[in-house]
Design a protein around this ligand. Structure first.
Ligand SMILES: C[S@@+](CC[C@H](N)C(=O)[O-])C[C@H]1O[C@@H](n2cnc3c(N)ncnc32)[C@H](O)[C@@H]1O
Length: 191
């Protein structure tokens, strides 16, 4: 129901890469208020926002963000992580998947990666751009990524101007520790 600290960092990453975005197919998962997806759309990407099909009020928030930002071309679909539903099957190949603060509940991680893996079958070059908030030291995504034939690169925040407490005149990310990852299919080059 509000913009999480991770969203501002991911939006800053999109802004840093804005010249590469026009025409790119971009899907945001677990979008909520959808700040990163909205920035991508404003920069010229073809954006689809999604949130859980089981949380209609969250989908409504996505629609409100689309409307408040005057982006009628942006689609909103219900995608629950790990569910293969008609809307997921019907998606065109994506170039970039955005995921801000979706890696917070380890029991959801495989479901998220199932959805991402499905989209990697449609386009093995798709990249998952994700920010997560460091809340606990007792989980690691990297073993799971290995299991799902994915690899990740940690992007230093200072490399895209996000190593500060306030970004773009907002009070976020504040003192929260946020990490930025780019995840891709490990075997894309051998296909
Ligand atoms: C911590 S919020 C982050 C929202 C937004 N991405 C941001 O950073 O401001 C997590 C989001 O994941 C969505 N979500 C939770 N469980 C989900 C599921 N099983 N499938 C899809 N989305 C889910 C929630 O509705 C919420 O919008």
């Amino acid at each position: 129901m509000y913009v999480w600290p991770c969203a501002v960092v991911l939006a800053q990453y999109l802004w840093f890469h804005r010249r590469s975005l026009p025409g790119k197919a971009v899907l945001e998962i677990g979008a909520g208020v959808s700040l990163p997806g909205i920035v991508a759309a404003k920069c010229g990407a073809e954006v689809i926002l999604s949130d859980s099909s089981e949380l209609p009020h969250c989908l409504e928030i996505c629609r409100q963000s689309r409307e408040m930002n005057n982006l009628p071309q942006v689609r909103v679909v219900g995608l629950t992580w790990g569910h293969v539903c008609p809307d997921l099957l019907a998606l065109p190949p994506q170039d970039i998947i955005l995921a801000s603060d979706v890696f917070f509940e380890p029991e959801d991680f495989e479901d998220i990666l199932t959805t991402v893996y499905f989209l990697m079958q449609k386009n093995p070059k798709v990249q998952l751009w994700s920010t997560y908030q460091v809340r606990s030291a007792d989980w690691s995504l990297e073993a799971l990524l290995y299991k799902w034939d994915m690899k990740c690169v940690h992007i230093p925040l200072e490399s895209f101007g996000a190593d500060k407490e306030d970004i773009a005149e907002s009070a976020l990310p504040g003192r929260h520790t946020v990490e930025m990852l780019v995840i891709s299919f490990a075997k894309k080059d051998s296909l």
